[in-house]
Design a protein around this ligand. Sequence first.
Ligand code: FMN
Length: 315
Amino acid sequence: MHQSPKQPDLSVDIAGVKLANPLMTASGTCGYADEYADFVDLRQLGAFVTKSITVSPRTGNEYPRIVETRASMLNAIGLANVGLDAFLGEKIPQLEKLHLPVFVNVAGTTIEDYVAVAEALEQVSVVRGVELNISCPNVKAGGIQFGVDPDLAAKITAALRAACKKNILIVKLSPNVTDIAEMAAAVVEAGADALSMINTLTGMAIDVETRRPVLANATGGLSGPAVRPVAVHMIHRVYSQVAKKANVPIIGMGGIQYPRDALEFLLAGATGLAVGTALFVDPACVLGIRDGIAEYLTRHHHASINEIIGTLEVG
Ligand SMILES: Cc1cc2nc3c(=O)[nH]c(=O)nc-3n(C[C@H](O)[C@H](O)[C@H](O)COP(=O)(O)O)c2cc1C
């Protein structure tokens, strides 16, 4: 009798949080889950990552705050979100219905803001991790971003480390730095359980007729397929120089749209995979990516996804 081949094991472990598969939403691109309910069965993902949450609600930047560019997009949403209280009261019940581990992206302008959100999330059982968005200006240090200065990044990571007891601490790295491995080393040393990368690359689009920036905010963050090679390179660099020896998993993102893209991230050293901009084109692409990874593993005779993580051969 014909027996169907055994399906490869897609489960991964992100610093002690077990995921059925590595796929998750990228912060800010999938709202609080309900928005996508009609388009894709999010319960089939490995985890759900929320939009950045701040202590107080934020309306975000002036419009226009999104512009399409070739093979990518620029956004300057400005961390628009419902704020901590409404998140806990209205959005958490919605997220509980997914029956998935939830990672909550946390933002703020002072270390105290971040700590307040992280402490409140300790009381919520569906939340399994805090994703620290350090691409925000620290008002107390004169507007410099936490994510571009290794000392500031280490300081905020250490503060969040103390606040996160139940939840794992994932630090989301900005690519807008000279050496991302230096930033990774600083936050790992300060206690990060996992890294996620990359956040968007700062960019600008100009309307040549009006001679003004297209975005009201002038600059925005670039994401989508165009940034993928940058993300893959940065993940390879951080994995080989910092994360592998520290045994700190990386959640990779930046332009993942197809299975082959995701496989590049896995080979470069990512354990988790987040999909953002591609959801705007096809919300169900995450499930196609998951199935395509399984097909690749079967074709290459691997029983588990863990057998290919970080197996890139260079030179
Ligand atoms: C519209 C939009 C909103 C985003 N909002 C956030 C956010 O609130 N917090 C955050 O850490 N990253 C945010 N990001 C960055 C994404 O989570 C992700 O790091 C980046 O877009 C790269 O992945 P992608 O190319 O798959 O979109 C946002 C990206 C987009 C496109």
